[in-house]
Design a protein around this ligand. Sequence first.
Ligand SMILES: NC(=O)c1ccc[n+]([C@@H]2O[C@H](COP(=O)([O-])OP(=O)(O)OC[C@H]3O[C@@H](n4cnc5c(N)ncnc54)[C@H](OP(=O)(O)O)[C@@H]3O)[C@@H](O)[C@H]2O)c1
Length: 240
Amino acid sequence: MKFGIIGAGPIGATLSHKLHGTGHAVKVADVRSVDHLKNKDFSGQAVPVEEVVKDIDVLILSLPLFVIENLKPIIDQLEKDVIVVDTSNYYPFRDPQVKEIEEGMPESVWVSKQIGRDVVKAFNSQLAYTLAERGKAEHEPGRIGMAVSGNDADQKATVMQIVNEVGFDPVDNGTLENSWRHHPGTPAYCTELSQGDLRDALERADKDAAPKQRDEVGKHFKPGMTHDDVVQLNRQLYKG
Ligand SMILES: NC(=O)c1ccc[n+]([C@@H]2O[C@H](COP(=O)([O-])OP(=O)(O)OC[C@H]3O[C@@H](n4cnc5c(N)ncnc54)[C@H](OP(=O)(O)O)[C@@H]3O)[C@@H](O)[C@H]2O)c1
């Protein structure tokens, strides 16, 4: 398949390595200019953002939420059948406050309204280290589950297949409206659960508690915590 990725942070860059490594064509862009990609570690071809949307099957938006808000003119250039994947999360202490999200609109529903196009939410609910280091081959024991939400069944099935290819067991979480179940602060969020446990975690999610738990976790970070310490903390606080 042919992928465009906008954003070469830890998630976008890791996906570029994995997708390029499994034989897909990958183009990577930065919203500001191609110069911003200099000295960054990613795989595939660096292109201007106007080019990244051309002749692709899947566009992955791996950006801070507030950056996506301004992308509509670029997204408008996409062919109709291109799948748009949103990896973003909203953190009010990091991102500018978004009233609709604060009032309960699922983050990727808000994203889809900003860009005037449906999106599939995926790759938002595992840490970048998990994505980079903890993927396993299909049927290998100990595989971690990855939640996927989207309105279009065919698009979601394709994204679930991509999740599988990059080393995780996909879990269908229903529509985009339901994607709050893998927001920050939920039991499914960055807790490295198996496919079966992830299904239970998505069911147990509490929409009102999630933002409070998301804001609480930062207070418990300590210098020198390892990745596994963070996953354990998430499990404890989010009840994953
Ligand atoms: N990191 C994780 O563990 C993780 C896990 C799951 C989901 N997510 C979510 O996935 C998305 C991407 O996260 P990330 O951690 O991979 O990377 P990130 O730090 O959000 O950066 C992603 C890309 O956006 C660029 N960027 C940053 N500020 C920008 C601005 N003002 N204008 C234009 N471009 C800008 C970055 O460039 P520079 O590098 O030059 O700043 C980078 O290329 C976020 O929404 C994040 O919440 C992250």
